[in-house]
Design a binder for this molecule. Structure first.
Ligand SMILES: Cc1cc2nc3c(=O)[nH]c(=O)nc-3n(C[C@H](O)[C@H](O)[C@H](O)COP(=O)(O)OP(=O)(O)OC[C@H]3O[C@@H](n4cnc5c(N)ncnc54)[C@H](O)[C@@H]3O)c2cc1C
Length: 219
């Protein structure tokens, strides 16, 4: 259960492209314990570099998945992309406090993500299918709508900043400025630090209580 962690070399089952240079790495679970929302640390076995990745799959799945954006010149995101089924990835984990308390499960949730920051929300919504949530996803291009079929269509809002065709044209902060947020909801933010800081500022200006806001910063 939560609180235990391990390190092991997990065999890759498959890698699938998710669009916009991102991919999902599916590996054997190897008894890794994690709670939805937590992250692992990954790298090549005997590799020099290691990075954090939120778990994309559900704690109820018998495999382990992470969603990774390949960064130009990025060490680990490029190294892992070159692997194939049968290769191994060194995984340590799980870590982090970006979790949903059982006491809050019946609350309304507002999830706000940028890019691959959608990953912990994928894990949450798969593990807690009855969750009352709205997921606001900030992306640049339509092709970054990672696995939208896995969410309730009426619960996910794509905020697409660089082309037309999403649910909202602009950034998540623009969407937030134009929409009211119920005072009793729990807000979870995941992605780049600029978005997280800006959302905090917007919510604070409305008197929204900071202790209802949880954040996971990627970079
Ligand atoms: C708790 C936590 C969870 C994370 N979960 C994920 C995840 O689920 N999926 C994921 O793709 N990444 C995730 N990250 C980011 C990840 O750990 C790496 O930083 C990222 O993969 C780049 O590593 P790299 O070795 O390829 O690039 P590096 O060689 O470390 O550096 C490349 C540069 O890219 C910047 N960068 C990092 N991430 C991004 C990004 N998404 N878009 C644009 N620039 C970026 C860095 O600031 C750095 O300047 C997470 C980070 C943290 C702290």
């Amino acid at each position: 259960m939560y609180g235990t962690f391990s390190m092991a070399n997990h065999k890759i089952i498959g890698i699938r492209d998710s669009g916009a240079g991102s991919y999902v790495l599916r590996m054997e679970r190897c008894n890794l314990n994690f709670e939805p929302g937590q992250y692992i640390i990954a790298g090549l076995p005997h590799g020099i570099h290691r990075r954090e990745y939120s778990v994309y799959s559900s704690s109820s799945d018998d495999f382990l998945e992470i969603l990774i954006k390949e960064i130009d010149g990025g060490n680990v995101s490029s190294e892992l992309r070159r692997l194939s089924a049968g290769d191994r990835v060194n995984i340590e984990g799980a870590f982090g406090y970006f979790r949903i308390s059982v006491d809050d499960l019946s609350a309304p949730f507002l999830f706000i993500a940028t890019g691959t920051g959608i990953s912990p929300f994928h894990s949450f919504t798969r593990f807690y299918p009855d969750l009352d949530y709205r997921l606001i996803h900030g992306i640049r291009y339509i092709e970054e709508r990672y696995d939208y079929a896995d969410y309730d269509e009426d619960k996910i809002v794509s905020c697409v900043s660089r082309e037309e065709g999403g649910s909202y044209h602009g950034r998540v902060t623009g969407w937030l400025e134009e929409n009211s947020i119920p005072g009793d909801c729990m807000v979870y933010l995941c992605g780049n630090s600029g978005m997280v800081e800006e959302v905090y500022r917007i919510l604070a200006s409305r008197g929204f209580s900071a202790d209802r806001i949880h954040a996971e910063l990627y970079f």
